[in-house]
Design a protein around this ligand. Sequence first.
Ligand code: NDP
Length: 242
Amino acid sequence: MKTNDRLIVITGASSGFGMELAKEFAKDGYPLLLLARRIEKMEALNLPNSMCRKVDVTNKEEFEAAVREAEAKYGKTDLIVNNAGVMLLGDIASQDAKEWKTMLDVNVMGVMNGMQIVMNDMKERKTGTIINVSSIAGVQPFGNHGAYCASKFGVTGLTRVARGEMSPYNVRVLSIMPGAVGTELLEHTTDQNIIDGYNQWKESVGAVNITANDVARTIKYSYELPQAVSLREIIITDTKQD
Ligand code: NDP
């Protein structure tokens, strides 16, 4: 993409869906701002026409500063993918509340920060797309996913509200809700029994074939549809997942 005002911002671009998405968009020459805490992982991708910044999405000031810096170089943001997220599984009766707070801060506040940073310019320009990465756990309960479900149901809800706020301005607000996909996401859970149980479940249903790249290509597809077409909510899972 060679015109101004076509910047794509991707949070959580240092692994998983975000990294695959960065690679897919880079193939078509889109200008990219890649954000996450592990900047070395994003820089190692060595993608053309891209800026990488170490940003914690819960810190709105540093998040916004990176977006403004990239916009000064590449033009206004046309797409933000609020993808950064954490999943720390645990049962509600015993999980440490610090883990709840981490999930709510990153998965909900991080997404709201990203939306607020771009919304006013998009309203003014009367175009733009916001894609929030929710989860199938944003519409369906799963055991040991209490705070994670709270955060992702939150993303589903706030995305619906934002769609109502932005549709009069011709701005698309979508959410994508993936099922289980093998990425680093599960690795941060601190309870090994839960990790083992999750992996056993994945093996038992055979839901291991869908890839992060499949999810990334779906996000890209939804963006590249004409601005008049809004794929409001996408649930994407391995075919074998119940
Ligand atoms: P990964 O763990 O591979 O990627 C998560 C990304 O989020 C990393 O790039 C990480 O980067 C970034 N991140 C985490 N915390 C912060 C923070 N505070 N500030 C900035 N970046 C942060 O997992 P996935 O690719 O699977 O997850 C991407 C999204 O998809 C998440 O929102 C997740 O909840 C959602 N999802 C994933 C599913 C799956 O099965 N994989 C299913 C449904 C939804 P760094 O650590 O470098 O900051």
